[in-house]
Design a protein around this ligand. Structure first.
Ligand code: SF4
Length: 268
């Protein structure tokens, strides 16, 4: 993911550029190429079907980018059955939600969908108005977590795909003692263990989709996964499967309040 022009820059210019990328948590080459790609896709139409296809294609593209550079980065402890990081607000965009929604409609029967709807409604009551730190403190997991396994692994959102940790213990401490662990990182007593490169790449994919949507007059906001799924499944189980629009998701909007990601308090 090296920006070719960096070869002609001084070290301090390169450092300044890298620091700028980190401030925005995106990787510029990935962002630029995916933004162009998404704008071309949306120029053909903005139906749910086309937006869902865009999400599928963008996901395949960023998964490939990460696979190519993965061996240049530190090893990570993430594996099936490890789910310390699945107890926080998960930021998702409309295209990613359509991808999850279609995955559920294709793979679950009506009874299973109904059970999932009830579970997500119940979990939403616990999540509404809570920040990520409050969720961590109360250990409120994602609705798709069952026995420490993600039940939508192939369709999981970009933030889940880009989260890689060098040490399982670090994630465990973040869940069991978030305040002290975060403070230790802030004070420099502990080094954060999440890999930066995949975070930047997968963030770039989310930003590319939301920026492209905004250019076409769509909302392009960011939502909390469990709350948004609860809204979508309620519509589906009420026989309104094909009428879902992004505006339905307003109660699932995420806000950044003093650096903590908080779920909206609008009633679902
Ligand atoms: S979607 Fe899967 S990986 Fe993401 S938070 Fe939920 S259970 Fe974890």
């Amino acid at each position: 993911m090296t920006n070719q022009s960096s070869q002609h820059k001084t070290n301090s210019e390169n450092e300044a550029e890298i620091s700028l990328w980190l401030d925005y948590m995106v990787e510029p080459t990935t962002l630029e190429s995916l933004l162009e790609y998404c704008k071309n896709r949306l120029a053909n139409g903005q139906s749910n079907e086309l937006v869902n296809s865009m999400a599928n294609e963008v996901t395949v593209a960023v998964d490939k980018v990460w696979k190519v550079i993965e061996s240049d980065h530190p090893d990570y402890d993430c594996r099936k059955g490890c789910s310390w990081c699945c107890h926080q607000n998960v930021s998702v965009t409309w295209p990613e939600l359509l991808k999850v929604y279609n995955y559920l409609r294709t793979n679950l029967d009506p009874t299973q969908l109904n059970v999932l709807k009830k579970n997500s409604n119940k979990r939403t009551e616990e999540i509404i108005g809570k920040s990520t730190n409050e969720r961590l403190k109360q250990q409120i997991g994602c609705v798709f977590l069952e026995g420490n396994i993600c039940t939508i692994h192939t369709a999981r959102p970009l933030q889940c795909r880009g989260g890689f940790s060098e040490e399982e213990n670090y994630c465990r401490n973040l869940l069991e003692d978030p305040k002290n662990t975060q403070q230790a990182v802030r004070d420099g007593r502990l080094r954060g263990k999440f890999l930066i490169a995949p975070k930047l790449i997968y963030n770039s994919a989310q930003v590319a989709m939301t920026c492209a949507m905004k250019e076409f007059g769509m909302e392009g906001s960011v939502y909390e996964l469990t709350v948004a799924v609860s809204i979508l499944l309620t519509k589906l189980c009420n026989g309104e499967a094909d009428t879902v629009i992004e505006n339905d998701l307003r109660p699932a909007l995420l806000e950044n309040i003093d650096g903590d990601i908080v779920t909206s308090t609008i009633n679902v």
